[in-house]
Design a protein around this ligand. Structure first.
Ligand SMILES: [Zn+2]
Length: 348
């Protein structure tokens, strides 16, 4: 039989089964055409998924964390803006070798204290000029005598502290060394730097210098220069204000007092970059308004010319002192200190 008859015979036998198979394939194809979107991608993607990459290269590619910089950049941005300006100042102040003093006066703990700490009051440390009047001679301690004072104080076991130390001891119970003493110099004369300062360093004493700022601004040769004031501070000495000019602060207006006590305070602070906390009343003259203005200007206290070596908590703006007269030898100074020390707590 030829090919055609063979085909017809074969087809006749398998026609129905073939149609069934074709029908099934067509239906299955149609079904597959519908479902693929859901299944095909799922089975196709796995090979490309990261899970197959891990072997080793992935670690190096984990550079991707680089986006983290942006999150950390935000935090650093916010602190930076204002804090940074203050940082330079903070790092500038530590330079002095002086013992650090707490910025604000700690809140008084309410405990009443009485401390006996002589605050010596010096002015000139130089030989008075030949034509000096009685007042000038009384304010002048000769350099050699001043050195004898320091030698006596050292041998007697006194340790110098600052007025800030005294304030902290009175109001917050900070400790003071045995036999504490405070040396103060009024007016800021040139000899304080040229004569007293080297001797103080030689004998290991600190001191407090009360400056009148008008003569410093005017470069008056009788007074310190600003550079000398800065050097005193850098060496651990305490600087206080004595006013802009040497004037009576009683019966003044608030504006006048603010001008005198705040301008002198700010002039010194602008040079030494640390707070000036103590004031010295010119000629010891002051009234209640003077104290109020000093208080509101941020001072911790003030020294008077009233005699005494006892100090009480809550009375920092009326600190008494021991005047050192020009005629005082070391023996005389010793006798005066002993006399005050022998007084009861009722006495000045
Ligand atoms: Zn004075």
């Amino acid at each position: 039989m030829d090919v055609r008859t063979a085909w017809y015979r074969w087809a006749g036998r398998w026609r129905i089964p073939l149609l069934g198979v074709v029908g099934v394939l067509v239906i299955a194809g149609a079904w597959a055409a519908r479902t693929p979107p859901a299944q095909a991608p799922v089975t196709a993607l796995p090979p490309a998924s990261p899970t197959s990459v891990p072997p080793s290269p992935t670690p190096t590619w984990t550079f991707t964390p680089t986006p983290s910089p942006s999150p950390t950049a935000r935090p650093t941005d916010t602190p930076a803006p204002s804090p940074t300006p203050t940082v330079p100042r903070a790092t500038a102040t530590p330079t002095p070798t002086a013992t650090p003093t707490p910025e604000p006066l700690p809140t008084p703990d309410g405990i009443t204290r009485t401390l006996r700490v002589p605050i010596l009051m010096y002015h000139y440390i130089s030989d008075p000029p030949p034509d000096a009047d009685a007042i000038r001679r009384d304010l002048s301690v000769r350099p050699q005598v001043f050195e004898e004072h320091l030698r006596y104080l050292k041998e007697a076991g006194y340790t110098s502290v600052t007025l800030a130390d005294l304030a902290l001891a009175l109001e917050a119970g900070y400790p003071l060394p045995e036999k504490p003493i405070i040396l103060t110099f009024d007016d800021g004369y040139r000899d304080n730097f040229e004569v007293a300062f080297p001797l103080l360093q030689q004998y290991g004493f600190k001191a407090t210098f009360f400056l009148l700022t008008a003569p410093l601004d005017a470069q008056d040769p009788a007074y310190l220069t600003w550079d000398q004031a800065i050097a005193l501070d850098a060496a651990g000495m305490e600087l206080g204000a004595h006013g802009y000019t040497h004037t009576d602060l009683r019966n003044r207006t608030v504006d006048y007092l603010v001008w005198q006590v705040l301008s002198s305070k700010e002039a010194i602070e602008a040079r030494i970059h640390k707070p000036v906390r103590f004031f010295c009343y010119p000629s010891g003259q002051y009234d209640d308004l003077t104290i109020q203005v000093l208080h509101s200007a941020g001072y911790w206290g003030a020294v008077t010319t009233e005699a005494g070596d006892l100090h009480r908590s809550g009375e920092l703006f009326t600190l008494r002192r021991v005047r050192v007269h020009g005629r005082y030898s070391a023996e005389a100074l010793a006798a005066v200190l002993e006399w005050f020390a022998a007084q009861g707590e009722e006495a000045p």
